[in-house]
Design a protein around this ligand. Sequence first.
Ligand code: ZN
Ligand code: MN
Length: 259
Amino acid sequence: MININCEMMSWPEYQQHIEQGAAVFLPVGAHEQHGPHLPMATDAIFSQRICERVALPLGGIVLPVQRYGYKSQARSGGGQTFCGTVSLDGATLTNTVLDILRELARHGVKQCVIVNGHVENQWFLIEAIELVQRELAALNQSMKVIRAEYWDFTPEGVYEQIFAGDFPGVDLEHAALIETSMMLYLHPELVRQGLIPNDPLAQFPPYDVYPQNGRGVPKSGVLAPAADASAEKGELLVNSICNSMIEGLRADLDKKASV
Ligand code: ZN
Ligand code: MN
């Protein structure tokens, strides 16, 4: 994948891609606890790997992953009470992504795809995109930006297949069956197999209390059972997500010959 990773390119190589109209992909993740069995870079790794697989057939190129994300929340990532998690203020994330988008616009990039791998980032990414759109409009310039959470591309029927009808919802899937399976497929060497917990489904009230106190969050940091994870399930998830993302983006991105 070296040939589509911007950080490995020289600037003239990068410039050539941009002049040919390549879409520039920005993966965004988090540095967040993912249970005793997965690395803290899990969300960053998934957004990066998915960007690479999707950008390649679309003639796109991939920026370095934004490794830090917005604050972990109890009901979607176990929250901020865990040792290890390093999170940004919302304004910091928005301004970081806004700066990146400004630079892309300066390079002459015409289309950008932000692929998010961490639930809590969503609105701060949207804000960065809205702000750059306002700036560019005032200058009579434009850059198409597409933003997506990778899990939204999971085709209908795949969750039923994987969970045998017991799908707890994407938020509670933190470090659980989906993410463990995807890591077993993409990077089995990063999964501490013997440490995969099988905590029951976390129970939360339908509201959040601050300061965060970790109430309802299992000690492991895993919000749903993970014991049934497998590389086969991960392969099905990653491949079906990437295929539907490629198909969806192909319709919206301006055409460019595949690299
Ligand atoms: Zn995650
Ligand atoms: Mn996360």
